[in-house]
Design a protein around this ligand. Structure first.
Ligand code: IMP
Length: 191
């Protein structure tokens, strides 16, 4: 009996396209964001709310880039299913455990695309009476209305290509790439 073909390494996967943001570039920008948060929240103990699952890698690096007594909690929403197109409906999959009353909350997002997810989360968190609520997104589409959505901190703005790595996935894959790359869909399915 023949042994099954070994799985290809993630780096040689044909869906992993051009590297848009290298490990070094990500680290440098996250250090800057961490410094900015440390200055802006001096004397406060903000609560970092990680939007699962895409923001989990960013959150761990961002939290360690600050010199603040931060607390961490997690919220999970779903709007994409397993495809690369939004379903247009946001669903709360896991709620926070921490009470937000009078807390300085920083919502940590992976990418702001249409803003649908963010609008939903903002409404939900604002209703819980935080002292303040700001958004820190690693990525934002050039097309996103960051001012209208009230996004105060952004790592990078990027064009419309679907991207993977550093927490971002397609159907739960590629989250463990150390950089952010373009996703190359199959030519026949354009998916
Ligand atoms: P929005 O609701 O359209 O702003 O979409 C935001 C969510 O969609 C993000 O939190 C991601 O989970 C997902 N998303 C949007 N664009 C991408 C992408 O290029 N790669 C991976 N996930 C993405």
């Amino acid at each position: 009996m023949n042994a099954p073909d070994p799985l290809p390494s993630i780096e040689s996967d044909p869906h992993v396209g051009e590297v848009l943001l290298s490990e070094e570039k990500l680290a440098e920008r996250i250090r800057e964001l961490g410094d900015q948060l440390t200055r802006d929240y001096a004397g406060k103990a903000p609560l970092l709310v990680c939007v699962l699952r895409g923001a989990y890698v960013f959150l761990t690096d961002l939290a360690r880039a600050t010199d603040l007594p931060v607390q961490i909690d997690f919220i999970a929403v779903s709007s994409y299913g397993s495809s690369t197109r939004t379903s247009g409906v946001v669903r709360l999959v896991k709620d926070l455990e921490v009470d937000l009353t009078d807390r300085h909350v920083i919502l940590v997002e992976d990418i702001v695309d249409t803003g649908l997810t963010l609008r939903y989360l903002r409404r939900s968190l604002e209703a819980r009476g935080p002292a303040s609520l700001e958004v820190c997104a690693l990525l934002a589409r050039e097309s996103a209305d960051l001012e209208g959505l009230g996004v105060r901190y952004v790592g990078f703005t990027i064009p419309g290509d679907f991207v993977i790595g550093y927490g971002l996935d397609v159907a739960e894959r590629y989250r463990n790439l150390r950089y952010i790359a373009k996703y190359e869909p199959d030519a026949d399915t354009a998916e």
